[in-house]
Design a protein around this ligand. Structure first.
Ligand SMILES: [Zn+2]
Length: 180
């Protein structure tokens, strides 16, 4: 590859990056949570999060669908629930349900003005994460999920074996048999 081709390639990359930035900033519409997740306001686990504000909060909650990022998260600027489209379409339904519970706890934390991504804690020690996981695990127990399956739910690619064991211990989920 000569110098000119190299320059062209760099420019193409830059254009692609700029386009991506544009899409990420302005090109993504927000939708009503209740249009996509009907009946969530009637779920006891959700009512436990928001109490008598449940319907109001869900009515005002906005969702954005994206092809970047993994799974779901709450945008710390606008409080929108961000969902990876591929995960929503192809992910395990139980995982998605438990993630919704988890993220709705983050929604409450956002509305309380709490810092969602407090970098002074590692992911598994962050109080906002532990609180969100506690709700999800409690719901997993209520629907009869065995610890082995809950452990599988807790496992993500950004957690190593030690992190998983520590988080599981915090949440009192037995992950011993999933130690691989
Ligand atoms: Zn979380």
């Amino acid at each position: 590859m000569d110098a000119r081709e190299l320059l062209m390639l760099r420019m193409l990359r830059l254009i692609r990056k700029l386009r991506l930035d544009r899409i990420l900033r302005v090109g993504r519409p927000a939708y009503a949570f209740t249009d996509y997740f009907k009946g969530m306001e009637k779920v006891e686990a959700v009512k436990r999060i928001f109490g008598d504000k449940t319907e109001e909060v869900l009515r005002n909650l906005k969702v954005e669908f994206t092809w970047i990022g993994g799974y779901m998260w709450v945008d710390s600027r606008k409080g929108h629930l961000m969902i990876n489209t591929n995960y929503l379409n192809k992910g395990d339904k139980i995982d998605i349900y438990l993630d919704l519970i988890h993220e709705l706890v983050h929604t409450r934390q956002f509305l309380q003005g709490r810092e969602l991504f407090d970098e002074q804690y590692s992911y598994i020690d962050r109080p906002t994460e532990i609180e969100a996981y506690r709700h999800a695990v409690e719901e997993a127990r209520r629907i009869g999920l065995p610890d082995e399956r809950t452990c599988q739910y807790l496992k993500t690619e950004w957690m190593n074996k030690q992190d998983l064991q520590k988080l599981a211990a915090t949440l009192k989920v037995n992950c011993i048999r999933n130690n691989n």
